[in-house]
Design a binder for this molecule. Sequence first.
Ligand code: AMP
Length: 458
Amino acid sequence: MSSTFSDLPIIPEIQSALKALEYLTPTPIQAGAIPPLLEGKDLLGCAQTGTGKTAAFAIPILQQIHKLGQYATPYQPLGLILAPTRELVVQISENISAIGRFTKVRHTTIFGGVGQRPQVAALVKGIHIIVATPGRLLDLIHQDYCDLSKLRFFVLDEADRMLDMGFMPDVQRIVKQLPRNRQSVFLSATMPSEIQKITTTLLHNPVSVMVTPPSRTADRVKQSVMFVDRGNKRRVLDRLLSDKTRTRVLVFMRTKHGADRLFKSLIDAGESAEGIHGGRSQNARQRVLNGFRDGKIRVLIATDIAARGIDIDEISHVINFDVPVEAEAYVHRIGRTARAGASGESITLCSGDELKYLREIEKVIKMPIPVDQDHPHHSPNDQDPELNAPSVFRRTKKTRGEARGLARSETSSEPRAAGASTKRRRSISGKVKKIKPREGSNPPKSFGKRSSPKTKRR
Ligand code: AMP
């Protein structure tokens, strides 16, 4: 494994950009992926946002396209990166801009929710790389604004999320348009069997790079859970936010309506807050993200989909106002803090009806989440997991000896908490459930009817 970027066969144009970005040492995914990708091999990477995966594929693609020395051809990109959300597309694009700033490689972004005219203009002018969400790209392909027949490099990023959000049919339609002779990179935070099946059709003799399984990202985050009645959650949040050393706080809510209500009432209360969810326009989402990144907004209320891939390094705290129903969403949520090697803190507000979800989370992260009782709204008895429901974990508190004994004996005899496992889309053990697209996701499009070429569509 190389210890610095200068040990890797990276061209000076990119080395200079990496220096400017202060990237000195390759992250594990970069050290594992860059050399085989530069040799033209396919790659199967198990890594999630925060591991440096973007640069792991961006550096080799930029270098290879730069070395080809070709002018960008109208409509015909050489590289395509597919990502599940607009935010992720924008982030990947920003990364490519930064890493490729001294190369002659041109790229553009393509995603829905905004007018297609600037995207079409970029394609007409000619670009080397497209970073896109699947739906809008297919729209443009069907309008004959994009032709993938000359493609040399293909990246499918966050494949498991694509599957979750119902984008796989679109992805497969796009893949059908790609020439066989291409280099492919397939990245996914988890590798359930459905994803593994897809990789066999997409990749040719891939090199595999597996970095930190998702549950391990929890390691760097100081986690705690507060047991509170649902009706007291807002009071607890206000208390947490009154501590101004919490400088950049990301608060997660399950629904966009909840997120909407909360950020508006925080603004009314004089807080520097905003909300990001699938119901807001792309421009509003981008403006909010920029404000949060620049420190103009202190508290960002987000739903899971909208927050996916938020690449902001200095989030001091993640607060789970709702306990996520999917255990892996918890890992993703708390992974928004403690990025790029930093540490962070997450606080989860758990009401009695959410205990079952907490249990699942603890199983996935393979550790109990420490309970913070040091607040006036602690709901000690009916919501204490040790007294109430079977736990695979036990706290070390001696005064709960009897309760622990009870929990231990119950573990073997009681059924699993209702809904805890059945509602999860995907477990790390690899089970995948077919689901409807969720909030913020576009349903798979129907291709029965093709639009007439070159018509303006939104
Ligand atoms: P990613 O997983 O691609 O979203 O990257 C996560 C964060 O790590 C981003 O803010 C990157 O700018 C940063 N990053 C990526 N590679 C490196 C590196 N080798 N050294 C320092 N920071 C990095």
